[in-house]
Ligand binder design. Structure first.
Ligand code: CA
Length: 229
């Protein structure tokens, strides 16, 4: 699961792409012009920017140029109707990580997105499976096993758990989790984050044992690094 910003002025194309990525459990936000895209990508933590070049108010290349100029490090996938080599070279020179032309093949797009996200996350590159203690998450199938038994998780619970499993050992405050997992325009509060963590612990933890997600007093939460061997 990742938080992805799509900058695309064609609302039909943007909507289809959003639906497609949400099927893979990603959190997706849309910007319909270049100026909004630049504002959003500079203000909120995303994991990937999918950028159209022909955008109103500010061209995609300008968005990319300014974003990289401000030190933005996010992976950027240009998805453009312009398929001549000069545009590709320009996009890549400006710091895009990949370039695909429309119309795109859905499977190829998915594969490229997965590849960019793998580079972005501190993850096990050769496998889709994350393991922490008695938990095993197959990120390709969006499945979680607790001591071998399949768990039923709500999408936000899954997203939260995946985030913790990918970043085990690191402490995150409720407000950081809110920024990373929830949509930027969500009404959710830090209390909602705490409620979700309580519910998630009930589902993932083994009775009578310490929780895999520990509270760090005054700082936030972290997933314990458990030796799997
Ligand atoms: Ca366009």
């Amino acid at each position: 699961m990742a938080k992805i910003l799509i900058a695309e002025d064609d609302r039909l194309v943007a909507g289809m792409l959003k639906d497609l990525l949400e099927l893979d459990q990603h959190t997706v936000e849309l910007a319909h012009n270049g100026r909004d895209a630049l504002d959003l990508v500079c203000s909120f933590p995303y994991d990937l920017l999918i950028l159209d070049l022909g955008l109103p108010e500010m061209e995609g290349t300008e968005v990319l140029n300014r974003y990289r100029g401000r030190g933005g490090k996010l992976p950027v996938l240009i998805l453009s109707g312009r398929n001549d080599v000069n545009h590709k070279i320009e996009g890549l020179d400006l710091g895009a990580d990949d370039y695909m032309t429309k119309p795109y093949d859905v499977r190829e797009l998915n594969a490229r997105i997965r590849s960019l996200l793998r580079r972005q996350f501190v993850a096990d590159v050769v496998s889709n499976v994350l393991k922490v203690g008695h938990l095993e998450m197959d990120t390709a199938r969006c499945e979680v096993l607790k001591s071998g038994e399949k768990l039923k998780l709500l999408p936000t619970e899954y997203a939260l758990l995946e985030f913790f499993m990918r970043n085990r050992g690191r402490v995150f405050s409720a407000s950081e989790l809110l920024e990373r997992i929830w949509k930027s325009d969500s009404d959710a509060s830090e209390n909602a984050v705490r409620t979700y963590i309580t519910r998630l612990r009930k589902k993932i933890d083994e009775e009578g044992k310490a929780s895999l997600i520990t509270s760090v007093y005054g700082l936030g939460y972290k997933m314990e690094e458990v030796d799997n061997r």
